[in-house]
Design a protein around this ligand. Structure first.
Ligand code: PMP
Length: 351
């Protein structure tokens, strides 16, 4: 990375090589960090953050879970995210705010509380490369996601990603693009760094928020877009074999965006081609960034816009309140074996 690249560290912008941490930093030893991954898209109106306020809200939620006092307001973090993209003059970017326990002692709970905050902005294209068009070949990992009440899956904390690394490493060794993990109950959970959706008998389904998944912001966007497109949707506890039964499957996340799955454990998903529901959701999602999909949800914000006004009030919710309500409704309905969102043919829907 060139030394002209600017990093925001503890309140000011610094050249790449000056943004350093001490080797005694607590987070280096114990994984005590919380972070976000955000995207800025190059839109016809210039660079636009995607759901910045929601990412900041989840960052504060993660910090709250781990007792980390960020020391800035959500509005200040938002402003710093925008500033680092502006300082690097980037048309698009992957933005990484990271808050961690710094030097202050090697005790499990450090004696001195030193919290550091850095924000990086890097160029980052398609996470799974060609798979966005062709589909990814994935495997079911032999590693499980953490059991309930071990690592809180709604929080996005550095140490929790050791589990994700085991899943991703095993997949890579086996020649797969990604690993899908089961929960401790043997039910489908999520990818190493993505949420998982399947299309089963025409219904879009995803494991519920109580299944050990990160409550992904892209997941919530997919659910919202599916509702908008009239695609039948439900959250359902799913067994592993649903992967081999599905007509379509895809992974989603800020880095992965919407990446179709072509095969699982070398078993072809559906016809092996990107299916109509996945395609409709991809079109609606990527359409947000090239102007084909109207941003009726206020998800896109410019580098000079203060999108955080409504974040200050309640940083405790990991995703927007409306999404939490969706989840409850959907879960209750799923338990009763009902589909909440009624189907229209996705191909008939317009964005
Ligand atoms: N699950 C895991 C384990 C992840 O790391 C990610 C990426 N943050 C996701 C799901 C997707 O979350 P989001 O859409 O908020 O990026």
């Amino acid at each position: 990375m060139s030394d002209n690249t600017q990093i925001w560290q503890n309140g000011s912008l610094k050249p790449w090589h000056e943004a350093t941490v001490h080797v005694s930093a607590h987070a280096l030893h114990y994984g005590s960090s919380v972070f976000e991954g955000e995207r800025v898209y190059a839109t016809p109106d210039g660079p636009r953050f995607f759901r910045l306020a929601d990412h900041t809200r989840r960052l504060f939620f993660s910090a709250r879970v781990y007792g980390i006092d960020i020391g800035y307001t959500p509005a200040q973090i938002d402003a710093a995210c925008r500033a680092v993209v502006r300082a690097n003059n980037m048309p698009s970017a992957y933005v990484r705010p990271l808050v961690f326990r710094g030097p202050g002692g090697l005790g499990l709970l450090p004696k001195e509380e030193v919290i550091e905050t850095v924000i990086l902005a890097l160029p980052w294209g398609s996470y799974h490369g060609d798979a966005r068009e062709q589909g990814a070949d994935v495997c079911v990992s032999s590693w499980n996601r953490p059991a309930p009440n071990t690592f809180p899956s709604w929080a996005k904390a550095g140490g929790q990603y050791l589990n994700s690394q085991l899943i991703a490493l095993e997949a890579r060794r086996g020649g797969y693009a990604e690993g899908i993990a089961l929960g401790r109950d043997g039910m489908l959970c999520e990818g190493a760094g993505e949420n998982l959706f399947l299309v089963l008998d025409g219904v879009l389904v995803t494991p519920p928020t109580s299944s050990g998944v990160l409550v992904g912001i892209t997941r919530d966007s997919v659910i919202t877009l599916a509702e908008h497109l009239g695609i039948a949707f439900e959250q359902r506890v799913l067994p592993r074999e649903a992967l081999y039964h599905a007509d379509e499957a895809f992974m989603c996340g800020t880095a992965a965006e919407i990446t179709p799955i072509r095969s699982v454990d070398r078993v072809t998903v559906g016809s092996g081609a990107v299916g109509p529901v996945t395609r409709a959701l991809q079109d609606a999602f990527f359409g947000l960034f090239d102007g084909r999909t109207e941003d009726r949800w206020g998800w896109l914000t410019g580098l000079d816009e203060d999108a955080s006004a409504d974040v200050d009030g309640d940083p405790a919710h990991p995703v927007s309140v409306s999404a939490v309500v969706h989840d409850r409704e959907d879960q209750e309905a799923a338990i009763r074996g009902r589909t909440v969102r009624k189907a229209r043919d996705p191909m008939e829907a317009s964005s």
